[in-house]
Design a protein around this ligand. Structure first.
Ligand code: C5P
Length: 233
């Protein structure tokens, strides 16, 4: 783990705001599982920001919106009727937790995500999750854009082979057929889109702690983050 200098920590300027731990990183770096475990250890809520991009993608398909029409896509994002609950999420009142996890939806989310109008439409919705006692927010731009003043920022990385293998195992466990080579190619493509986009690219905030989870278990990764949080107190 590279422990970067803790400069630029603006949270001291906002002492009244609920604390946020941001966890950003590439596709399948384990952010979601880690974020939920950290939140449950602290008794905090979780924001799975990727789910909002996936929900937008699903709504675009369901409403047969032209994917190239950036204004129409941003409108869909602005007016999403979503409800997160303890075991998943609903869109327009219908349970869609499994549906939004499909690779096809993840891919469309990744292709829509570079659009600045869509990102702007989701910004306040994401910030509204910031409530006491605290929030663990996972995504790509949580530390750089959405919660710039977060008191603890994590940039979770893992090598692409390890991530593709994890994703492959997850799909097979769910009884979904998966091909490692296809997943690897797909993941490289998604990483490139996230890193190369002009607005909110996937990049570590300058005050983020970079944690490489390639050789760590989920429990070890969670412990690293809890230790970093405790050492701030
Ligand atoms: O994290 P997840 O894979 O569920 O996110 C789906 C897609 O949404 C990602 O491939 C990424 O392009 C986009 N995303 C984003 N910014 C976020 C979260 C997700 O651009 N904060």
């Amino acid at each position: 783990m590279t422990d970067s200098a803790r400069v630029g920590n603006e949270s001291a300027a906002h002492p009244g705001l609920p604390p946020v731990i941001t966890i950003d990183g590439p596709t399948a770096s384990g952010k979601g599982t880690v974020a939920h475990s950290v939140a449950s250890a602290l008794g905090w809520e979780v924001l799975d920001s990727g789910a909002l991009y996936r929900l937008t993608a699903l709504a675009v398909l369901q409403h047969d919106v032209d994917q190239e029409d950036v204004q129409a896509v941003a409108d869909i994002a602005q007016h999403l009727t979503v409800q997160f609950h303890s075991t998943g999420v609903t869109l327009d009142g219908r349970e869609v937790s499994e549906l939004i996890r499909q690779e096809q939806i993840g891919n469309l989310a990744s292709r829509l995500a570079p659009d600045p109008g869509l990102r702007a439409a989701l910004l306040e919705r994401q910030r509204a999750f910031r409530q006491f006692p605290g929030l663990v927010a996972d995504g790509r731009d949580m530390g750089t854009i959405v919660f710039q003043d977060a008191p603890l920022k994590i940039f979770l990385v893992a090598d692409v082979q390890a991530r593709a293998q994890r994703r492959c195992n997850q799909l097979i466990e769910k009884g979904i057929s998966a091909n490692l080579a296809d997943l690897l190619a797909d993941m490289r493509e998604r990483d490139a889109r996230d890193v190369e986009r002009v607005v909110a690219p996937l990049i570590a905030a300058r005050d983020a702690h970079v944690v490489d989870s390639s050789a760590l278990t989920i429990a070890q990764t969670v412990q690293v983050i809890i230790d970093l949080w405790s050492s701030r107190q």
